[in-house]
Write a protein that binds this ligand. Structure first.
Ligand code: GDP
Ligand code: ZN
Length: 458
């Protein structure tokens, strides 16, 4: 089934400086050799060596590309098959010409994620590691990247394996008890079961607690920038994002829709949402925007409320502060470069001083204070510090919860001195559910679904 040879462009398509075509499968070396001219024939190349040469149209002998070709022989490669990587000059056309030549031969275009899928099916990595490759590709901050990398290297897998080992130990204990009931160790065994399932449940709880932080690292803290029209929301977003994705104008209500931007502040990834001014309005177009921004506010992990310090507080703003009471929020007093009109005492009734940040987006003042306030609010150091094992994948979370429930049942049953062989079923179930995280006993359709999330060439 895995016997065919596949190829794909493994670097992002576009005007990159270099592009890599990855070929994997039993015929990888022969197929590339057929279109590649170099000093040493590729079939004689040692594993893990790089070769300079040209891609040549085999019939006409025409040189198409100057390339470097890397050979990695099975099983010491990502897929554990023979892998050849062709580094060609960037540009869509050049790479496409090389791909076309390969595809004219016995090479098939790889499906998205197929290289990683082969690595998994060939036993090189387990499923949680493969899924982490997806996170790695999609990670939006250095921190998220290191977390994903840890998982690719198997940090989560090792934890899960440890837990499963504890459960196997417990199962063995139960087995002995069932086989030799005359030993009268039943009561000892229930104590043992309770002890071990408690250990595993605690560790599962710990892993589940990291899930929220893992989500934040992967997707960014969803941060809604809210406030009346014209207070400077889009300008703030632009300043934070250092580009001009949102349109800034002097006409109130230009931001009709919610605009998203990813930024990293003190290594904390934020997904910034610029919302349309929150206010009652008769304008239909604006109303859609307002609806969306309400939604954005409800979804947000963090709210940046922008006020115009050069104007008195508006009743809409009071209503807004009421509405978001109790939420994680930082108030930005913008336009401090203009004479101040806003009554700060009213704002102080709602927010502590460290959450109120005077700024002038226009004069680029106060941005550091804002960044400090944001990092102060979140992680306050708690996410720093070596341990980068985070559970961030919904499938893993669901399975951990299931395993936890099975263990709770085993625990309760042991507590009530229910016959040991009944308890065995629950422990075994937990063991299987944890195994599913690693891809054991996972159905083909689920595997296909997981790998189809990859981009091409990975
Ligand atoms: P939004 O409707 O809340 O998104 O506001 P915009 O970002 O579109 O800004 C509205 C206007 O206020 C623009 O003309 C900005 O140049 C201006 N503006 C933004 N920040 C400041 C500031 O700190 N000081 C001053 N004086 N003007 C600002
Ligand atoms: Zn705007």
């Amino acid at each position: 089934m895995l016997s065919d040879t596949i190829a794909a462009i493994s670097t992002a398509v576009g005007e990159g400086g270099i592009a890599i075509i990855r070929v994997s499968g039993p015929e990888a070396i022969q197929e590339v050799e057929h279109i590649f001219k170099s000093k040493t024939p590729l079939s004689l190349a040692e594993s893990h060596t790089v070769h300079y040469g040209h891609i040549v149209e085999p019939e006409l002998g025409e040189k198409l590309e100057e390339v470097l070709v890397t050979v990695m022989r099975a099983p010491r490669s990502f897929t554990t098959e023979d892998v050849v990587e062709i580094s060609a000059h960037g540009g869509v056309i050049a790479v496409k010409r090389v791909m076309d030549l390969l595809l004219q031969r016995e090479v098939r275009l790889a499906e998205p994620g197929e290289f990683t899928k082969r690595a998994f099916l060939n036993g090189r990595i387990d499923l949680s590691q493969a899924e982490a490759v997806i996170d790695l590709i999609r990670s939006k901050s250095d921190r998220a990247f290191s977390v994903a990398l840890k998982q690719v290297e198997g940090s989560l897998s090792r934890r899960i394996q440890d837990l499963r080992y504890t459960l196997v130990e417990t199962l063995a204990h139960i087995e002995v008890n069932i086989d030799y009931p005359e030993h009268d160790v039943e009561s000892l065994t229930s104590v043992f079961i309770k002890e071990k399932s408690e250990i595993v449940m605690n560790e599962i709880d710990r892993l589940l607690k990291t899930a929220q932080e893992g989500k934040i690292l992967r997707e960014g803290i969803t941060t809604a920038i809210v406030g009346r029209p014209n207070v400077g929301k889009s300008s703030l977003l632009n300043t934070l994002a250092q580009d001009n994705k949102a349109i800034v104008t002097d006409i109130p209500g230009t931001t009709r829709d919610v605009i998203e931007e990813f930024v990293t502040i003190n290594n904390i990834p934020l997904k910034l949402l610029d919302t349309a001014g929150i206010r009652e309005t008769m304008d239909v177009v604006e109303k859609i925007g307002v609806e969306r921004s309400r939604h954005a506010v409800n979804e947000a992990d963090l709210i940046l409320l922008v006020l115009n310090a050069s104007e008195p507080l508006h009743e809409d703003e009071l209503a807004l502060m009421e509405q978001i009471r109790g939420r994680q929020c930082i108030v930005i007093l913008n336009k401090m470069d203009l004479p101040q009109q806003l009554d700060l005492d009213i704002v102080r009734r709602y927010y502590a001083d460290e959450l109120i940040v005077p700024m002038s987006v226009k004069a680029e003042e106060g941005i550091d204070s804002l960044e400090e306030a944001i990092s102060g609010l979140f992680f306050s150091g708690k996410i720093e510090g070596g341990d980068l094992t985070y559970v961030s994948n919904v499938r893993h979370i669901a399975l951990l919860k299931k395993a936890r429930r099975s263990l709770q049942e085993a625990y309760d049953a042991a507590d009530q001195m229910i016959p040991i062989d009944m308890i065995q079923i629950d422990v075994r179930m937990a063991w299987e559910q944890l195994g599913e995280i690693l891809g054991e006993a996972v159905g083909d359709s689920l595997i296909d679904q997981i790998f189809s999330q990859f981009c091409l060439g990975k």
